[in-house]
Design a protein. Sequence first.
Length: 171
Amino acid sequence: MTVADDFLQASRRFLVDEYPRKIERAVVGMSEVDLWWRPNDVSNSVGNLLLHLAGNVRQWVVHGLGGRPDVRRRAEEFARNGGLSAAEALTVLRHATDDADAVLAGLDPARLEEDLEIQGLAVRGLDALYHVVEHFSMHTGQILYLAKMRSGTDLGFYVVDEEGKVVDTRW
């Protein structure tokens, strides 16, 4: 296996498994009020962030790396202020990550070296995928923070022993 193959597999693991499972654990029981709550007018709700992640993954992976049509309507991701439950918003995200996973599963690693244009930017395939994973990570942290803020509970992702070592994960 090459480094490019390893990078593709790690990216798939983060985008399809680790980050979405953490998000789902945090969001699945949220009320619609909590899902669409914004701390202030210049911040996003968990619902907005879920839609934004779905749009970003579709634009950068499904379109950019996969060559499918660019169907993203970015402004709508942030303008929405309700109308979807947590389960529905998670389904939108899951469909996007499933589509991205299908692209990545069949992607020739040489595509990572190709020049692309995504969102009006000139990027290499490697940069596009690296951006998506980094972007997903950043917003996962925001979603988890907002979920903890609204619920007042620890999400309990890790069990740590007395020495500070992780002995179990719960995501």
